[in-house]
Ligand binder design. Structure first.
Ligand code: PLP
Length: 390
């Protein structure tokens, strides 16, 4: 076989990482072990029935054909309306590019914001695909630590210290995966200042915006001078319970979106017609949105209540999104060892924090994608495992 390009061969580094715990847990669960899976961020419930019905209806109505590259007009309008609500900035459909999922929108934003050899800044702890997404675009990345002691809110001075002459873009995520931190206005204003001062793009991943718990979701697109330099990543995966449907979008300046339509020409060639129409129904009627947000808020409360009494374990961030970060460093500094021990002894699968970047070392990430009773049971098992360190 001829050599593969370094662009694709370099996307995933070889070697083990935290996902090994998850894959091992999956294997054991499939073999019948009573493992509680708290390792991935996919809902334990199905897509709302009304959305499923809409999709079947649209399929039966014969919507089986190619669609417009940036999305069919009514879908872009529905997405623009959702973006207006998410960002607080009146958004028109010409500022929307529909994509098959938030990850595809993120990939488009990455290609739009930087050339090969340019430099990008991401914040640790980060969503696992961020480094490889930039690697695939041959963009160098610096990782700036958001610290547990700051509730995982990144400090502007640390970000600015990482800016280089070839920096083109900063990527942030609020509400955050994995920390659950919801960025404050102060945090976002600091980041916006840096973007304006150094003429940078800001990619703002807001896929969890409807699940902000008791906090207010603030989009940096709403800050002065930021609409012209912010690319917002959005998705129906989390907000509308549609992870497997692959519907997301990018919001950005009209001229950038116009250029990016060509990227859809050579990559996705548009979204499926029947899916687009089901997505319109889900967006226009907000199918599932309030219920899903309420469910995760209640699960967060259930789990945090259980954690409060655990010796040697504390919580930082964990305000929104679908995750909770437990600081286990008082018990065990090697978070991977903690996660393996928890799987072996108590059959609970979690993600070791260090797989999300250095500043999450000594933590484990809990996904709230299980019903209340299983979350309570898992918390009890974690407490029992923590007790073995006494
Ligand atoms: N961004 C973040 C922070 C995520 O956690 C995820 C999925 O877990 C995505 C983007 C991608 O979501 P999707 O491609 O399902 O829209």
């Amino acid at each position: 076989m001829p050599k593969l390009s370094s662009r694709v061969a370099g996307i995933t580094p070889s070697g083990k990482d935290g996902w090994e715990v998850h894959f091992e847990a999956m294997t054991r669960k499939q073999a019948g072990e009573p493992i509680i899976m708290l390792s991935v961020g996919d809902h334990d419930f199905h897509t709302p029935e009304a959305t499923v019905e809409a999709c079947i209806r649209e399929l039966r109505a014969g919507h089986h054909h190619y669609t417009q590259l940036p999305g069919i007009p009514r879908l872009r309008e529905a997405m623009a309306e959702a973006s207006s609500a998410c960002t607080g900035v009146e958004t028109s459909s010409s500022e929307i590019l529909a994509n098959p999922g938030g990850q595809a929108a993120l990939f488009a934003a990455t290609l739009a914001a930087a050339d090969p050899g340019d430099h990008a800044i991401i914040i640790s702890p980060y969503y696992a695909t961020y480094p490889p997404t930039f690697r695939s675009a041959q963009v160098d990345v610096s990782v700036v630590d958001a610290l547990a002691e700051d509730g995982f809110q990144p400090r502007a001075e640390a970000i600015e210290a990482a800016v280089k002459p070839n920096t083109r873009v900063i990527l942030i995520n609020t509400p955050n995966n994995p920390t659950g931190a919801v960025y404050s206005r102060e945090t976002l204003e600091g980041i916006a200042d840096i973007c304006r001062k150094h003429d940078l793009w800001l990619i703002s991943d807001e896929v969890y915006w409807t699940i902000a718990g008791d906090r207010e979701h603030i989009s940096p697109r709403s800050l002065p001078g930021m609409a012209e330099r912010t690319l917002v990543v959005n998705s129906m995966s989390k907000s509308h319970g549609m992870t497997g449907w692959r519907v997301g979008w990018l919001t950005g300046p009209e001229s950038a979106i116009e250029t990016l339509v060509s990227l859809n020409l050579v990559s996705t060639y548009g979204l499926p017609d029947f899916l687009s129409r089901a997505a319109i129904d889900a967006l226009e009627n907000s199918h599932g949105v309030a219920k899903i947000a309420a469910r995760y808020s209640s699960r967060r409360t259930v789990f945090l209540d259980a954690v409060r009494s655990m010796n040697g374990i504390s919580v930082r961030g964990s305000e929104g999104g679908m995750y909770i970060m437990l600081d286990v460093s008082e018990l065990e500094t090697d978070d991977e060892a903690f996660a393996w021990g928890l799987l072996e002894k108590e059959q609970v699968a979690v993600m070791p924090g260090s797989s999300f970047g250095q500043s999450a070392a000594g933590h484990i990430r809990i996904s709230l994608c299980q019903p209340d009773d299983l979350l309570r049971e898992a918390a009890g098992r974690i407490a029992r495992f923590a007790g073995t360190y006494a």
